[in-house]
Design a protein around this ligand. Structure first.
Ligand code: PAF
Length: 290
């Protein structure tokens, strides 16, 4: 274990288990906040939720190579463990688990957790191997720690839906808790990848939030046509010279299927590129407004 005045960091899975075993034996609850580090207030809000619900909160920090494809930002993904541990301590975490790649994958894995169908739509069309990497590492983290609850941001809405489905399908004894997205005052969702935005691109990046609001306005004005909603969202992104949309979509909030006629709980999703940054965002909307 690496000691510190702020918070302990363990690097080995066996040590992690030892840390929480006593708590569990004594009937205490363990919460997990899985992250890839370079933490911001959004992550800290997940930690605070877990700390309020559980006796012990563990934050995992691991940039998972399995969820990056060739040519993506695995090598340059921002990393700062010293800063992260301070932010974890300030938010109320009890322990940081920061394994090496060798600790997580002592041999190249030939086993993978695949949530069929949900892994290949929306983000999956642009990042075909991404969600299999996410579900595999999350399943491993659940095994290594045995948390009663795990906390994920709604910011990665498809990831949250996929992790929920994996947990249900595999009867994993973990309650998956989704927490609301935190935004800058101008609406930009907090994300570790916002660091890639240049000073010129930063104000333009509000285009994702503006696109979501435009889609919501079309639904609340009474449209039941997904094409109309998606077109309104896409028009906002198209009007921003520094941004290119990968997709704008309206889907059922639970199944992520695209309804022919809009009704019930819906989710609007957008992905756009601004220079080096590829950003995603989403917003819930009621398809049956009063
Ligand atoms: O959302 C993330 O940061 C990652 O996808 C996760 C859940 C920590 C798995 O690597």
């Amino acid at each position: 274990m690496t000691g510190g005045t702020d918070i302990a960091v363990v690097e080995r899975a066996a040590e992690l288990w030892q840390h929480v075993e006593g708590v569990r034996r004594a009937g205490g609850s363990v919460g997990l906040v899985p992250t890839m580090g370079y933490l911001h207030e959004g992550h800290q809000s997940l930690v605070a939720c877990s700390a309020a619900d559980n006796d012990v909160t563990v934050v995992s920090i691991f940039v998972n190579p399995l969820q990056f494809a060739e040519g993506e930002d695995y090598g340059t993904y921002p990393r700062d463990l010293d800063r992260d541990r301070e932010l974890c301590a300030a938010a109320g975490a009890d322990l940081v688990f920061a394994p090496s790649t060798e600790e997580m994958y002592p041999q190249a894995p030939i086993t993978s957790v695949v949530v069929q169908g949900l892994n290949s739509i929306l983000e999956g069309r642009y990042r075909p191997t991404h969600f299999d990497g996410v579900t595999t590492v999350v399943a491993k983290l659940f095994s290594m720690l045995g948390p009663g609850r795990a906390y994920f941001g709604e910011k990665d809405y498809q990831q949250l839906a996929i992790v929920r489905r994996m947990t249900a399908d595999l009867s994993l004894p973990v309650e998956v808790v989704g927490c609301p997205t935190l935004r800058a005052p101008d609406g930009l969702a907090l994300s570790s990848r916002n660091v890639y935005l240049t000073p010129e691109e930063r104000p333009a990046a509000t285009v994702l939030w503006r696109s979501l609001q435009a889609g919501r306005d079309v639904v609340t004005a009474g449209s039941r046509d997904p094409d109309e909603v998606e077109a309104a969202m896409a028009a906002v992104v198209a009007a921003e010279p520094l941004a290119t949309a990968d997709y704008t979509a309206v889907v059922d909030a639970t199944t992520l299927a695209r309804p022919e006629v809009l009704a019930g709980e819906l989710r609007l999703l957008v992905a756009a590129r601004l220079g080096r940054a590829r950003l995603i965002d989403n917003l819930g909307v009621d398809g049956d407004p009063a």
